[in-house]
Design a protein. Structure first.
Length: 218
């Protein structure tokens, strides 16, 4: 039984790696990353709607939507015949992530763009939450930074596994919530859940603080 479970986990991990490599390549183009972010945030959208809302040429949006579909980042959900043409509606396939060996297939000049694209979404969510005052006073939110100063290779692998488990569980929670919403008719809320785990040569800090974020001794 344990052997079967291990194979299943490994198979799932390989699928995640393949998907993450495709998504990283998709996000390396700034316009494509912007379109993907818009579909993730806004839900099902026609190419013409994306064009109008992002002020991009329709042929550019259509081109990148087709590329995103080939990268398995979005999928076609319906088509309509409009004035002799076909109007395509797209939706995001899954939550966005970057991890795994397929990352190594990207050229060095494209990697920073993929990483910055992902982190701009994380920071964008935070900025919107501050501006819209959605943190609220009920304490139903969580922010954490943990500067781990003494980790070995096994420890890093264990941490990455925990973050991947959180990713899977988050998607399970959303599916469970969607089923409850259909039954109750309760208004849905948007929640952002992000996770990062990576090696650093030194920790980031603020003026007057050391690299772990603690105030420097005067």
């Amino acid at each position: 039984m344990e052997g079967d479970m291990t194979v299943t986990a490994v198979g799932k991990q390989r699928l995640m790696w393949t998907a993450s490599g495709k998504r990283a390549k998709a996000m390396a183009d700034p316009t494509r990353a912007r379109i993907l972010q818009h579909v993730v945030e806004e839900g099902v959208k026609a190419a013409s709607e994306i064009s109008n809302e992002l002020l991009l040429p329709l042929n550019t949006v259509s081109y990148h939507c087709n590329k995103l579909a080939r990268f398995d980042c979005i999928e076609l959900v319906k088509t309509e015949i409009v004035r002799g043409g076909v109007k395509k509606y797209w939706r995001a396939v899954d939550t966005d992530f970057i991890s795994g060996p397929d990352w190594q297939e990207m050229t060095s000049d494209r990697k920073p763009g993929a990483l910055m694209g992902m982190m701009s979404w994380v920071l964008g969510d935070f900025e919107h939450a501050l501006a819209d005052d959605t943190f609220g006073d009920d304490g139903r939110w969580h922010l954490m930074r943990n500067a781990l100063r003494s980790v070995d290779q096994q420890g890093l692998d264990d941490l990455l596994a925990v973050h991947m488990e959180l990713y899977h569980r988050s998607n399970e929670i959303q599916r469970e919530a969607s089923e409850r919403l259909r039954e109750t008719g309760e208004e849905a809320i948007k929640v952002t859940s992000s996770s990062q785990c990576y090696r650093v040569a030194r920790f980031g800090g603020r003026s007057g603080h050391d690299d772990s974020g603690q105030p420097k001794n005067s």
